[in-house]
Write a protein that binds this ligand. Structure first.
Ligand code: AMP
Ligand code: MG
Length: 342
């Protein structure tokens, strides 16, 4: 081919063409080796990978953002904004607790999904969820009495979010754990775009948000984990371009006590892990905040009602995996899928 071109083209044109091809190869090769940074943040492993820049300070900037949001939203940091709100320390004389812009925006999103899911998603689950410990050494179920005593303090309709802040009745506790990572991922994407990054992945403990596509224009490949299998085992591999993939499942945080299996997604009506036919719900959406909220909400709603909700929302794809490891796809599922490695 090269020799053929040499014969047909005048020498100067041939040289220029060769240089252009060389430049494309170089351009293609350099960004193909990405830069990446991982850290333990937000109670999970956070990994940021950038494909089209070599500027390590942008990676550090992403980690700093995680720290900043964690300092606002954490329930384990005693002086975080959410901890102080729950302790009643932010309330002014009119009872309203003014909030920082990120916390106000996070809670506005959260209550939107409570309404949309008819209360299946409930960020006021805090009084009950704080009775459970799915991560520590001493995991065990709280007593029925303790859960029943906490239940009156769960209920998103008891809370009023206004432009001035939040009116949180005494004893009601906000737990933003089911939506915070999605919200933070979206904010990190905004930051990356501001820095001129157009090709990156943001992985917050398995919640993945893709910025653009790979430098060569091909989509990122994101695996949907097979429940209870090794983390690397996938039930489906998705081709993702500029979208978010978030899963909620009973295999993420759980323990067994006296032969009973307990997982961390709670039914706000009972205060106990919701019992249904599902193992996991994966949502593919434009923003990670909707993916995070909807994956939790749909898990609580169960296969039929959860699927109904997804099918009523435009632009959202979902995969529900049931307890027999069958995959159920939402109507009009449009995300490209590669054969899994099973
Ligand atoms: P995710 O892993 O995103 O599904 O979120 C699960 C976490 O959200 C739990 O560890 C609890 O802190 C909290 N949570 C549990 N059940 C609910 C619920 N029904 N609505 C909102 N948050 C919940
Ligand atoms: Mg969630």
């Amino acid at each position: 081919m090269k020799e053929k071109l040499k014969k047909i083209l005048p020498p100067v044109v041939f040289l220029l063409l060769s240089a252009a091809v060389f430049a494309v190869v170089i351009w293609d090769r350099t960004p193909a080796s990405p830069i990446s940074l991982s850290g333990f943040k937000l109670n999970t492993v956070v990994t940021i990978t950038i494909y089209d820049s070599k500027d390590e300070s942008i990676l550090k900037g992403c980690m700093e953002l995680c720290d900043e949001y964690e300092a606002l939203f954490s329930r384990t940091i005693p002086d975080s904004e959410i901890s102080r709100l729950n302790a009643g320390e932010l309330a002014e004389s009119n009872g309203i607790s003014p909030l920082s812009e990120p916390t106000q925006a996070l809670l506005a999103e959260a209550f939107r999904y409570s309404e949309l899911s008819d209360g299946a998603f409930d960020p006021t689950i805090g009084a009950v969820s704080s009775l459970w410990d799915f991560t520590g050494e001493n995991r065990h179920a709280p007593s029925q009495e303790a859960v029943e005593a906490a239940l009156p303090y769960v209920g998103w309709e008891q809370v009023k979010l206004t432009e001035e802040g939040i009116l949180l009745p005494k004893g009601v506790q906000i737990d933003p754990g089911a939506i915070a990572k999605g919200f933070i991922a979206d904010r990190i994407r905004e930051y990356l775009l501001e820095q001129g990054v157009k090709s990156a992945t943001i992985n917050l403990g398995g919640n993945v948000l893709c910025v653009g596509s790979k430098p060569d224009g091909s989509p990122f490949r994101i695996g949907v984990q097979t429940p209870f299998a090794d983390r690397s085992e996938t039930s489906a591999i998705l081709e993702i371009d500029n979208r978010s993939v978030v899963s909620s499942g009973i295999y993420e945080r759980y323990f067994e006590e006296n032969g009973i299996f307990y997982h961390h997604i709670l039914d706000p009506k009972t205060g106990f892990p919701c019992e249904n036919e599902l193992c996991s719900v994966t949502i593919i959406s434009d923003t990670s905040v909707e993916g995070d909220a909807l994956s939790t909400a749909c898990f609580v709603l169960g296969l039929e009602k959860g699927m109904e909700l997804i099918n009523s929302l435009p632009g959202i794809d979902a995969i529900f995996i049931d307890r027999d490891n069958n995959l159920h796809y939402s109507d009009g599922f449009s995300t490209a899928i590669l054969p899994s490695d099973e």
